[in-house]
Design a protein around this ligand. Structure first.
Ligand code: PMP
Length: 411
């Protein structure tokens, strides 16, 4: 078989990162990677994660045995409360089934497989089309495609104004066939850093209710955007309060800084409006999800789930986590403000308000592909769509970055 296998295209993000590593310059800055860095540009292990890891290491009950196929129950129960809220009607009415997954990617994959196999809206006997924002996280189409879900897009980014094309988004979602699957970024949209406002989320929810669409939330940055876990879950909780049948892919990679441990969860919520026995529905759905999980990974990884579970289930650790989240989101916010101020002070041509309007880890600078390549010549590495990871900036490299950006924009 090997003689017929074509070489796969390189992931554009990884090629930028490897160019960064190959660059011997001491001025180099990596703004491509979606991982938090502290004010010195160093990887930051959250203090609360260090503490929880130490406790897990001391726990005589901790072993490396397989977890159940659906994962660590105390973790999945707590993860569900983090995203839906402890007072969630869906949780109280026991309308949620949850499985621990290989981080957010695994949760997206599991959800995509499930929809591909079982969702047959409008009597059409083939996997349903899934609508994703234009643009979206570059791995979405690959994950969804692997599950044979046809992909369509809804308008999202208004390039001219560097803002949300809400009218376009709403119109495209409204005109999708009834019962379509709509993938929504719960907060801190990647790559644009632009989210709908609370009022716009309400409009989206009512249009989706009218059209009987199915919401698939991708929650990869809860707590990272505003610093508040509750505020960042507002869209998910709003949709859940409408009684939608929906699902959520939840990642703890960024908000716990536990990227490589692959800690995530998939939640499926049934609707109270469905005229069915809820527990029977959950048993049927949960059993099929477990079967898919078994075929994909057999059992989810145990270590990271233990660490995160300890944080979520220990009130003092939970509070410390919330504080660590404020540190991360606060530093990013500060860098946004400083970046905008410096560009405005230099009189760099253009408007820079979008940098502080956007939220979360990323900023869509508006730099063109050509300008991004010029930035690379100045040892600044970013993907060619102009997205920068705000976490890669700090007070030590900001001035160098701003000067380069100013030069490139004027060229
Ligand atoms: N969704 C989005 C929008 C993301 O940006 C990411 C991480 N880059 C993920 C999901 C999944 O990440 P992970 O698999 O590391 O949890």
């Amino acid at each position: 078989i090997s003689d017929t296998v074509p070489e796969a295209p390189q992931d554009p993000l990884f090629s930028v990162t490897s160019a960064f590593y190959d660059d011997p310059s001491d001025k180099k800055i990596d703004l491509s990677i979606g991982a938090y860095r502290d004010g010195k540009g160093k990887v930051w292990v959250l203090p609360v994660v260090k503490k929880a890891a130490a406790l897990v290491a001391l726990d005589p009950e901790y072993t490396h045995e397989y977890l159940p196929i659906t994962g660590l129950v105390e973790f999945t129960d707590a993860a569900r409360k983090v995203c839906l809220g402890a007072e969630s009607g869906a949780i109280k009415e026991r309308r949620v089934t949850s499985l621990q997954t290989v981080s957010g990617t695994g949760a997206l994959h599991l959800g995509a497989l499930f929809l591909s196999k079982f969702y047959r809206p409008n009597g059409i006997d083939k996997p349903p089309t899934i609508y994703v924002s234009s643009p979206t996280w570059s791995n979405h189409p690959q994950i969804l495609g692997l599950a044979h879900l046809p992909i369509a897009t809804y308008r999202y980014f208004d390039a001219a104004n560097r803002s949300l094309d809400f009218a376009g988004m709403l119109a495209d979602i409204a005109s999708a066939p009834p019962k379509s699957v709509i993938l929504l970024h719960a907060c801190a949209h990647n790559p644009t850093g632009i989210d709908p406002s609370p009022a716009q989320w309400k409009q989206l929810a009512s249009v989706m209710a009218e059209r009987h669409h199915f919401a698939f939330f991708d929650s990869a940055y809860q707590g990272f955007a505003s610093g508040s876990l509750d505020r960042d879950a507002a869209a998910i909780r709003l949709f859940a309060s409408y009684g939608f049948e929906m699902c959520i892919a939840q990642s703890f990679a960024k908000n716990c800084g536990i990227y490589g441990q692959r800690v995530g969860c998939f939640h499926f919520i049934t609707s109270p409006a469905l005229d069915a026995d809820v527990q029977d529905t959950l048993t049927r759905v949960g059993s099929q999800l477990a079967l898919l999980q078994r075929a994909c990974i057999s059992n989810p990884p145990v270590y990271g789930a233990r660490v995160v579970s300890l944080i979520l289930n220990t009130p003092e650790l939970f509070d410390e986590w919330a504080e660590d989240l404020r540190v991360m989101s606060g530093r990013i916010l500060h860098m946004r403000q400083q970046l905008r101020i410096r560009l405005e002070q230099l009189g760099t041509p253009g408007s820079w308000q979008h940098i502080t309007d956007q939220i979360g880890m990323f900023s869509f600078t508006g730099l063109t592909e050509e300008q991004c390549l010029l930035m690379q010549r100045a040892h600044i590495y970013m993907p060619l769509n102009g997205r920068i990871s705000m976490a890669g900036l700090n007070l030590e490299n900001l001035e160098y970055f701003v000067r380069a950006m100013d030069r490139v924009v004027r060229e």
